[in-house]
Ligand binder design. Structure first.
Ligand code: FES
Ligand SMILES: [Fe+2]
Length: 397
């Protein structure tokens, strides 16, 4: 028996069992959902080596604004500078390691450390070191501020999300996102996702779930559970009208040929101007590994950032976008409310399922489970990707 172990305590043989063709494959073992050490491993390897989303740009509503982000225990800060550009830094002062940005706030002047008052500009450059050379002496020979700037993390902004690549080694973000942009251009045309806007009301919601972040992705990848978990959704977007999508190494999900909320709820929101008429009822739901869930329909789209809080806790932050500025007006508020409410119902219905799967992973009678070869393809695709990341980044063969 191969006793080589990979990623703390998952034997390579168990990872290999996940990567098998779907009809023979099992899922990731329980430890990947219950072991705090593996939660940290996933941050430093699975998340760090690719593009993970950490915030919506709407969380920074003004220029000269900063927010702290606890990224699986790692203190980061997103800063929107005076020009409106976003930077992500390790949220820690270069002097004695104090966390710098404590709360979401407009930055007047510079970012000031609360400990000894060192200051940084909004591009992370160390600017002030009061009394560093003794009382009243703010500079000291041999100390070069430029060597002690904030440590920047590689980042990119897409749709209205801030992504980070902690290792700095991932492919270019444009390359990473290209398969999705290309696929969805078939729906949204050249005018593209740029038509999407947040509205002042009915545009966001949050759910905290007692489950590992991966279970939220897995559940999102399949429509199999629709008739039993989402009876209302199944009435205007039935299971037999769904199709599976495997789009790239890091994208999978499902789509529907028949999403008809507008007829059921009587909504009439502005639509994407170039959406093909013969696909008017089509919609797609794609998991962008590791931690973003996306959806698009003819008159709205949404993004969910999964913020892993612990091995068994995840914050789901959803933003819902409408097409064009007018869709955000008061005239459409009842329509927006109906759309947001329909998704609130759906995502709330999923909570018991995802939390149930988490509880089930305490059972020694469950060892990763199996897949429907027809309906669980996108879910297995995610499992395979995760297993491969465990193998690759632990150095196992
Ligand atoms: S730790 Fe920040 S100024 Fe000392
Ligand atoms: Fe669901």
């Amino acid at each position: 028996m191969n006793t080589q172990r990979s990623a703390q305590c998952i034997p390579v043989t168990e990872l290999d069992a996940v990567i098998q063709p779907i009809s023979q494959a099992v899922g990731m073992p329980n430890a990947a959902y219950t072991d705090p050490a593996l939660f940290e491993f996933e941050r430093d390897h699975v998340m760090a080596n690719t593009w993970a989303a950490i915030a919506f740009t709407s969380e920074l509503p003004l220029d000269s604004f900063a927010i702290p982000v606890d990224f699986m225990g790692l203190p980061l800060a997103v800063v929107r500078n005076r020009q409106g550009e976003y930077h992500v830094f390790h949220n820690v002062c270069s002097h004695r390691g104090m966390p710098l940005v404590k709360e979401a706030a407009k930055i007047e002047g510079s970012i000031r450390c609360r400990y000894h008052s060192w200051t940084y500009d909004l591009n992370g450059r160390l600017k002030g070191t009061p009394h560093i050379g003794g009382i009243g002496v703010h500079k000291v020979e041999g100390f070069n501020c430029a060597q002690h700037n904030l440590r920047e993390v590689r980042s990119a902004v897409w749709l209205n999300m801030v992504f980070v690549n902690l290792s700095g080694n991932a492919e270019e973000f444009e390359q990473f996102i290209a398969p999705l942009v290309e696929r969805w251009s078939g729906y949204v045309g050249d005018a593209g996702l740029a038509q999407l806007q947040l509205a002042e009301t009915d545009s966001s919601m949050e759910l905290e779930i007692e489950a590992n972040w991966k279970l939220a992705v897995e559940n999102y990848c399949e429509a199999y559970h629709l008739p039993w978990v989402h009876p209302a959704l199944n009435s205007y977007s039935p299971l037999d009208q769904h199709f599976n999508i495997v789009l790239s190494e890091q994208m999978s999900g499902q789509g529907t040929y028949n999403y008809s909320l507008s007829e059921v709820a009587g909504t009439s929101l502005p639509q994407f101007t170039q959406w093909p008429a013969d696909k008017a009822r089509q919609g797609e739901y794609i998991s962008l590994y590791p931690n973003v869930l996306l959806g698009v329909q003819v008159d709205h789209a949404f993004a969910i950032i999964l913020q892993p809080l612990a091995e068994n806790r995840t914050l789901e932050k959803l933003e819902l976008y409408y097409v064009g500025e007018e869709a955000g007006s008061r005239e459409y508020s009842a329509c927006r409310w109906a759309v947001l409410e329909s998704w609130r119902v759906v995502f709330s219905e999923d909570v018991f399922a995802v939390e149930g799967m988490q509880a089930g992973r305490e059972s020694p009678g469950f060892t990763g489970g199996v897949f429907s070869p027809v309906l669980d393809g996108p879910t297995h695709h995610f499992h395979s990707w995760v297993a491969q990341q465990y193998k690759t980044h632990s150095g196992a063969k």
